[in-house]
Write a protein that binds this ligand. Sequence first.
Ligand code: A2P
Length: 391
Amino acid sequence: MNKPLKQHLIDPEICIRCYTCEMTCPVGAIEHDDNNVVVDATKCNFCMDCIPVCPTGSIDEWRVVETPYSLEQQYEFEELPDQQEIETAAPSEGSDEVADPIAALLAEAHQGAGGKARAPISAAKAAVNMYNLGKPARMTVQGNYRLTDDPDHDVRHIILDPGALPFPVLEGQSVGIIPPGKDAEGNAHLPRLYSISSPRDGERPGYHNISLTVKREDGGLASNYLCNLAQGDTVNVTGPFGATFLMPNDTKARLLMICTGTGSAPMRAFTMQRQRSNATAQMTMFFGARTPDSLPYFGPLKKIPEAQMKQHLVFSRTGDKEYVQDRMVAEEEAVADLLADENTYIYICGLKGMEEGVELALTSISESIGQQWTALRDVMREEGRYHVETY
Ligand code: A2P
């Protein structure tokens, strides 16, 4: 019998195929085919560099195995295999061997990991990975609308029509966009990830289409390609991806949404879906942008009644420089009330940089109600009530 080994794997159901891990791995242990992203057990040295860069946590998976799963096996995974039962010889009396070496290996593998992301219990089941690099969905552009008046800040609302192709989506999922052409080495470009900003049944109820919220980045290959699309153009799309950053179907659930810039895309989808359902609980949003002119969906947001959503739109480049986390602290009582409620679901989406500030704000707000934030966060994550997607 082989000595049990710890193996690093990636959860194909949760992975959004952004390939950041592959680009980060210093020893080239991560690779992909048209379908999956996988880890070569002969190369992975557990340096953990890939763990913090993963936007979904799908990278943080470990199994103890006698024979590591091969690359070929991992490419075939549709979901991760369960931990196998592994027979271990009981340590001989008086030996100082660890009583349960497998548990010890797994515990070691999970050191420092923040717990596994889970979908809300009442979320609908997401379809994932229906279209891939080898077989993308070809969608037609139905519209491309500018959302921002700020001349230096071009953010677009782009509507894509899959036509007769089945493309079921849930709010919070992402798609990959394959920019046309080849890179400097002559390889096809990898897809770039965008959150879907429309609800499950389309831009208008019953319409089979999806929308994206795209900011034009200086020199950005995919963002410039998308922002320049005209009605009738066609686009190669992979996905849908993501099975945890989903909204609860429970109409009594309270949603606390914290976002910056285009991180508002999933929040728009959540909000529209709640408006179309008979949801009763009020939503709360902290949304940070530079100015009102650069805040995507500013007009439509202003029309949402306060009974449906309490909005905190904060601006970093008008008068007082204010970030979402500053306003959260200023609204300590309201946020604490949400944190204390088991019906509350937190969603954080936007700039990676805001994560630290938001965590600090949540730490101090939790303390105000005698709770330790990291403990509360672990419980919320375990219950599918805490979700972060930053980039
Ligand atoms: P600023 O760039 O003025 O410092 P956009 O993507 O449209 O530029 O919006 C991002 C918003 O998030 C901006 O208002 C930006 O402010 C703000 N921001 C930048 N860094 C952080 C941070 N560390 N925490 C919270 N918000 C941030």
